[in-house]
Design a binder for this molecule. Structure first.
Ligand SMILES: Cc1ncc(COP(=O)(O)O)c(C=O)c1O
Length: 420
């Protein structure tokens, strides 16, 4: 607490990303991490299911990544020019990502989503796009709308996009629909189809309840975008390299036109990527769609990504089967522990990323989540912290490749104590 107070004297809010403010009892300070565990400045060690909000697919300080970074550190930090790691990683990605004929790199998910949306506008000559309520695509003005609105805000907005932040530019480029609502999408296309350049979505709504698409919903989005002459963009910043090696595209067998990646792609380094069809990415290749950035494709980030992707690719079938098995085991154990004590709990998601919500039945869209008992989840998260288990404040749980059955056993015992 003293460190947070000291930090806040010079660092705005004492945190470096707005979402970290919501940590309870206050933003903790950490010193180191190894495998599935992370240590704080007071000497407490936690089993970590936050995993830095998703990037640490191989857990903390995985030797495959740290040794690759050390090797690269001895050579060069950045060139601002071409080097061998660029095509090494783009070749890996093109081999993995179903929609990826060509890729381009940036440093954050926010940036790379903007590249995708710009490209969609260029390709179609249209200026608007459709996003879904509750989906997060970064903090840029254009996409930070209708993210987590309250019931009152939804009522007052009458269907208009709801800005999140003070100072956000208002513009009419966004059309918002509810997740899993085919009628709403059909209505938007019928009314604005000739203006819509793209439909963008998180293929599993990880940022709001880890709500999966209804069966056939992603196929429906694929079909309707093709009919409307719009691009389908999967924002795979969370699902990429997490659900499966080939992400949600492989998991659901639906291929979008473009896909954005960050978080797990780098295993903890700052890297994002856009992958897409050649005829669309061609606009970036020929420079008509400008995508620039001083640190784009820097060797340090790409060394981390190469190590991560190679590690995940080596024995992908076994790695992802195990990730799903462990995630499902943890989920079931959580449900049993909480239900046994009379708590109405719902979990949703898929294997290595899932959500724990205190509510009576599963959500199909963001609005359903407004029924969840958030204060109760906060109490649960605090009780877990006391038992040595670190979770994100929003109810999302991540599992890494270095969580083992023994670690899950330890976690379930801690959960039982916390619930009691
Ligand atoms: C689905 C999704 N898209 C985009 C972003 C933005 O990524 P970044 O935080 O790297 O800018 C996030 C971040 O959480 C995300 O979850």
């Amino acid at each position: 607490m003293a460190r947070h107070a000291r930090s806040a004297r010079t660092l705005a809010g004492g945190v470096s990303s707005a979402v970290r403010r919501s940590a309870r009892p206050y933003p903790l300070f950490f010193t180191s991490g190894a495998g599935p565990r992370v240590d704080d400045v007071d000497g407490n060690s936690y089993i970590d299911y936050g995993l830095a909000w998703g990037p640490l697919i191989l857990g903390h300080s995985h030797p495959a990544i740290t040794s690759a970074l050390h090797r690269q550190l001895d050579r060069e930090l950045t060139f601002g020019a071409q080097h061998d790691l660029e095509y090494a990683v783009s070749e890996l990605l093109v081999g993995i990502v179903p929609c990826g004929d060509l890729v381009t790199f940036a440093s954050s998910g926010t940036e790379i989503v903007q590249v995708a949306l710009r490209l969609a506008r260029a390709v179609t000559g249209r200026s608007r796009f459709l996003k879904f309520e509750g989906h997060y695509h970064g903090w840029d003005d254009s996409v930070l709308v209708s993210y987590h609105p309250s019931a009152a805000e939804i009522g007052a907005a009458e269907g208009a996009p709801i800005p999140v932040a003070a100072g956000q530019r208002r513009h009419d480029s966004v059309i918002v629909a509810e997740w899993n609502d085919r009628t709403a999408v059909e209505r938007a296309i019928a009314t604005h189809g000739s203006e819509i350049s793209a439909i963008i979505c998180e293929p599993i709504l990880c940022n709001s309840g880890c709500i999966p698409p209804d069966p056939g919903f992603l196929e429906f989005l694929r079909e309707i975008t093709l009919q409307a002459g719009a691009l389908l963009i999967f924002d795979e910043v969370i699902t990429g390299f997490r659900l499966k090696l080939d992400g949600a595209q492989g998991f659901y067998d639906v291929t979008p036109d473009l896909a954005t990646y960050a978080k797990a792609i780098g295993g903890g380094v700052a890297l994002s990527a856009l992958a897409g069809r050649r005829d669309f990415m061609h606009w970036i290749a020929n420079g008509r769609v400008v995508h620039a950035g001083t640190l784009n494709g820097n060797p340090l980030a790409l060394a981390g990504a190469k190590a991560t992707l190679e590690h995940l690719s080596k024995d992908a079938a076994a790695i992802y089967t195990n990730l799903h098995r462990l995630g499902d085991r943890l989920r079931e154990g959580l449900e049993q522990a909480l239900s046994a004590h009379g708590y109405p709990v719902v979990t949703s998601g898929a294997g290595p990323v899932f959500q724990v919500s205190f509510m009576d039945c599963p959500a199909r869209c963001y609005r359903d989540l407004l029924r969840a008992d958030t204060p109760l989840y906060n109490d649960f998260a605090m009780a877990l912290l006391d038992e040595g288990v670190l979770v994100l404040p929003d109810g999302r749980w991540y599992v890494s490749t270095v969580h083992t059955d023994e670690v899950i056993d330890e976690t379930l015992a801690a959960i039982h104590r916390a619930v009691a």
